[in-house]
Design a protein around this ligand. Structure first.
Ligand code: PLP
Length: 417
């Protein structure tokens, strides 16, 4: 299948920016309201018993405006899915109650008991725990963790006929390693392995499906929501995978039921049109901070793919969509946990630079000491191997306030260290 072509009603080649595609998905409301309507019903009626029968046989469905039950399909959630699919350049997408439910459902769809996954060792803490503990214990699905930058290691770890998924984050959490999506996809596809990419850190910036990935997952709770008020997720990919996940007899979305609330889908839908603007602002501000920080203290260890010395700086540059930067997250290494905590305390409580919090993608800056928070479930060896040092402070850069005001708040706190 040609993944570059998405049927969104406009010519959708790679050159057409994601924001144009997402805008093409705009639906009017039931009474010509300029926003789409919310279909809050969980069950739907039929014009007669024959129509009901045909709906259950799968002969009619959403294409003809026929729905059965909202755990299966809901028109409002479907509309949001269309926007997200357009943004990611995938054939279809469906939204879920959380990022974790999107991720776990994809593994349960693509792997059977006895199956095998190859995954990057630098992953969001929850995904790492899912692969390390839950899936082997409950489903006998095992994972080999690899250094995602080492293509040879990735290739060797995939066992033809046994491995079904190669899983990694486009930009990893919290170590900001950028995955070579085109090369990784080539290696995986040569062995019949599906490539699943978590693009939570880089919506709009990267389009993994256009670069070769089969399935893209999101935690909508982060940038896409943008207000740190919603937990939600999405699975984007070809219909033969995503639609199957809603199969009434076998699909994990249908049977485990991590269903999104249509009122939440409506909320999120209204935020997609300004996601592109917000992402550009996050990226621009992050780049400005790291540049100034390197000037302020040349010895400070700053981790950001926008810096020329970042090992995947040019790789990210070559893969990213035009006019976006290098992401809205950077890390600084304060070397010890004590110094990391002291800096965060000052930044939150004395200079009001930002908030301590584990999430990301908020309009204010959020800070976290990864080794003690989002990655606390990893043991010390796992952390060391993933490059998560004890004093690593992750900043999810906000864009409110003037840069000058925010920078003076940072320098004041840093000078007191
Ligand atoms: C937050 C996050 C998740 C999990 O998403 P939830 O919406 O919290 O379930 C998965 N992957 C990454 C990279 C995340 O940052």
């Amino acid at each position: 299948m040609d993944r570059k072509t998405v049927n969104v009603g406009i010519e959708s080649k790679k050159e057409v920016p994601a924001e144009a595609l997402a805008a093409a998905r705009h639906k009017l409301g039931e009474h010509n309201g300029i926003n789409m309507s919310i279909e809050a019903s969980n069950t739907f009626t039929f014009k007669d018993s024959d129509a009901m029968n045909r709906a259950f046989l799968g002969e009619v469905g959403p294409k003809t405006g026929i729905y059965i039950y909202s755990r299966h399909l809901n028109p409002t959630i479907l509309n949001l899915g269309r926007q997200i699919a357009a943004m990611e350049g995938t054939e279809t997408a469906y939204c879920t109650a959380s990022g974790m439910s999107a991720i776990s459902s994809v593994f349960l769809q693509l792997c059977n008991t006895g199956g095998h996954v190859v995954a990057a060792k630098t992953l969001f803490g929850g995904s790492h725990a899912l692969l390390t503990h839950f899936l082997p214990q409950k489903c006998n699905i095992t994972t080999t963790f690899v250094d995602i930058v080492d293509l040879e290691e990735v290739d060797k770890a995939m066992i033809e006929g046994k491995t079904s998924v190669l899983y990694f984050e486009s930009i990893s959490n919290p170590t900001l390693i950028v995955a070579n999506i085109p090369e990784l996809s080539k290696i995986a596809h040569a062995k019949g392995v599906k490539v699943v990419v978590d693009n939570t850190f880089a919506p709009m910036i990267l389009s993994p499906a256009k670069l070769g990935a089969d399935v893209v997952v999101h935690s909508i709770s982060k940038y896409i929501s943008g207000e740190a008020d919603i937990i939600a997720g999405a699975v984007c990919g070809p219909a033969d995978i995503v639609d199957q996940m809603r199969d009434p007899h076998e699909g994990p979305l249908m049977l485990l039921g991590p269903t999104m609330n249509p009122k939440v889908a409506f909320e999120i839908s209204g935020r997609i049109p300004h996601l592109s603007m917000r992402m550009k602002k996050h990226c621009k501000r992050a780049m400005k901070y790291v540049t100034k920080m390197k000037e302020l203290d040349p010895n400070l260890d700053v981790l950001y793919p926008g810096l020329k010395e970042h090992p995947q700086h040019s790789l990210l540059n070559s893969m990213s969509n035009k006019d976006y930067g290098f992401g809205g997250v950077f890390c600084i290494d304060m070397k010890t946990e004590g110094r990391a905590y002291r800096l965060m305390d000052k930044l939150q409580n004395s200079t009001k630079f930002g908030f301590m919090g584990v999430s990301l993608g908020y309009y204010e800056t959020l800070m976290t000491c990864s080794s003690r928070s989002t990655n606390s479930m990893m043991d010390n060896k796992e952390k060391e191997s993933a490059g998560i040092s004890p004093g690593l402070v992750r900043f999810s850069v906000g864009y409110v306030g003037t840069f000058e005001q925010k920078w003076s708040q940072f320098t004041k706190a840093y000078s007191e260290m």
